[in-house]
Design a protein around this ligand. Structure first.
Ligand SMILES: [Ca+2]
Ligand SMILES: [Ca+2]
Length: 504
């Protein structure tokens, strides 16, 4: 039972009509987006040394989806998919060189925050939510601080910080700034100021933190938490590429001609420094999350706000000799995804409402998650966030959405869930992640198969083993038959390469 239905059974007369028009007790949403954060988060265990105490405590008070995946392993298409509730192979947005508002298959979509705005919510945002031009989106009643790196240039200087020759956006290390000078902190402060206010409507408040997107810069006190002589490199296997098909090997070569190539980093002795810098970035973004959680807990909205935290895709740091995103392996697709539902009082099955008078002070909580501190290992996608939030906030169902509400898994994280997560990188290249398996099929028909029960690092490609033919057949049923053509593309960016993703 939802808030509105619950209220209608309790209220009578004009108050009930008022409630029907504008249900005062719909929960708020604090929507925390992180850029390029992989599973190097304490509660996900992707790197044993990472310290993210605040994301971990958020996971403790909610449900951690430990097998969550992006629908595209790069910013623009991943965010477009999440925010419009459509798959890349159905909306035609595959690259960063596209503007989704110009893509014919999706340009008129009502986005997630826009839908909340159209249904009685006050919507506010800051940082990076859409890939670009957030401030132009009709999603927002109020848009705050923008994200950006340009201000860093002067302090970095022409030689960069990492020590790599020919520095570029692919730079990393301690950045000479105080934490409060970092853009993510300014974004966080703006959102904190909004949490401190009261509103006559429920709110949808979005915050987009860009760390750990490149460059991997943090103030020195974060970088110094990971001394180079003890920083552990990710687990890799010599010869790991040997069992990849031609297309898989090609995917590892995207950055070969750039400073971001694995050879360039190792040749310059900078692998440890890059890893330490990424760990520091995870800790810095976690620091911002901690400020947000504290501010919410101290605010009048503490007991009536859903928190959802997600990252737009993962990040390689040398696994399969690959860096950054743009692959169909676990490092690129697996992301943190946490839902924390409002109103539960620790150790109690009842909830105290934040709007006295609307309902009795203590009622059975329709949102109460008996499985808080829970971990859900079912495969889910970021595309599922839109329908989930709609259901949790009692907004009308939206038929055009292509994901599934995770509400049943929030109620029972162990229930059956027969749907895998689909990730797409350019037309025809797809990965299907089930609870135990990853199946990849590339545009030319090349295949990979990994058994996560015995091979969590995806070292051993089983696609050629006849004993797994049945499993491949089952997983291949989830591969789309058709892929939408690319929407209009702009000239490529300074940091993207000419690359044919359709053939080896
Ligand atoms: Ca990103
Ligand atoms: Ca291998």
């Amino acid at each position: 039972m939802k808030y509105v239905a619950l209220m209608m059974t309790i209220l009578v007369g004009p108050a009930a009509l008022l409630a029907a028009e504008q249900p005062r007790d719909q929960p708020n949403v604090l929507f925390i987006a992180i850029d390029d954060l992989n599973d190097w988060v304490g509660c996900l265990g992707g790197h044993e040394q990472v310290r993210t105490p605040h994301i971990d405590r958020l996971a403790e008070r909610g449900v951690l989806f430990s097998n969550a995946h992006c629908q595209a392993p790069i910013c623009q298409p991943s965010r477009t998919s999440l925010l419009t509730g459509t798959f890349p192979h159905r909306n035609g947005v595959y690259t960063v060189e596209q503007r989704w508002r110009k893509a014919p298959l999706v340009q008129d979509a009502v986005t997630l925050p826009q839908y909340f705005r159209e249904h009685g919510y006050r919507t506010m945002g800051a940082g990076k939510i859409f890939h670009r031009e957030d401030q132009l989106e009709p999603a927002w009643d109020e848009w705050g601080v923008r994200y950006g790196w340009n201000w860093m240039g002067e302090r970095v200087g022409p030689d960069g910080i990492s020590g790599l020759p020919t520095p570029s956006i692919f730079d990393f290390g301690p950045f000479p700034a105080k934490p409060e000078e970092m853009n993510d902190m300014r974004v966080t402060d703006w959102v904190v100021s909004r949490l401190d206010k009261s509103y006559d409507k429920p709110f949808f408040l979005a915050v987009g933190l860009i760390t750990p997107h490149l460059p991997l810069f943090t103030p020195p006190e974060f970088y110094e938490q990971y001394p180079l002589d003890t920083t552990r490199l990710p687990v890799t296997l010599p010869g790991d590429l040997d069992d990849l098909p031609a297309m898989g090997r090609k995917f590892t070569r995207y950055f070969d001609t750039t400073p971001m190539s694995h050879h360039n980093i190792t040749r310059n002795g900078l692998w440890h420094k890059a890893v330490a810098s990424y760990l520091a970035c995870a800790t810095f973004t976690d620091h911002c999350v901690g400020r947000l959680l504290d501010a919410l807990d101290d605010s009048p909205h503490a007991k009536n706000t859903i928190i959802v935290l997600w990252s737009d895709h993962g990040f390689h740091l040398g696994e399969k000799m690959h860096w950054e995103k743009r692959s169909l392996w676990e490092e690129s697709t697996r992301v943190p995804l946490i839902f924390s539902l409002p109103g539960f009082k620790k150790g109690s099955d009842t909830v105290v409402r934040s709007t006295p008078g609307a309902v009795p002070a203590t009622v059975p909580d329709p949102f109460l998650n008996p499985h808080r501190h829970a971990r859900c290992t079912r495969p889910v996608g970021l595309i599922d966030i839109y329908p989930t939030l709609i259901e949790l906030c009692d907004l009308p169902e939206k038929e055009s959405l292509q994901g599934r509400s995770l509400s049943p898994l929030l109620q029972d994280p162990t229930r059956e869930w027969d749907y895998p997560a689909l990730t797409t990188h350019h037309p025809g290249n797809h990965a299907v992640r089930s609870e135990h398996w990853r199946y990849i099929r590339y545009a030319n028909g090349d295949e990979e198969l990994y058994d996560h029960r015995i091979d969590p690092h995806e070292f051993h490609n089983l696609a050629q083993d006849p004993q797994h033919a049945d499993m491949i057949r089952q997983l291949a049923e989830w591969i789309p038959d058709n892929d939408a053509p690319y929407g209009p593309q702009e000239p490529r960016h300074q940091y993207t390469q000419e690359f044919d993703w359709s053939r080896p």
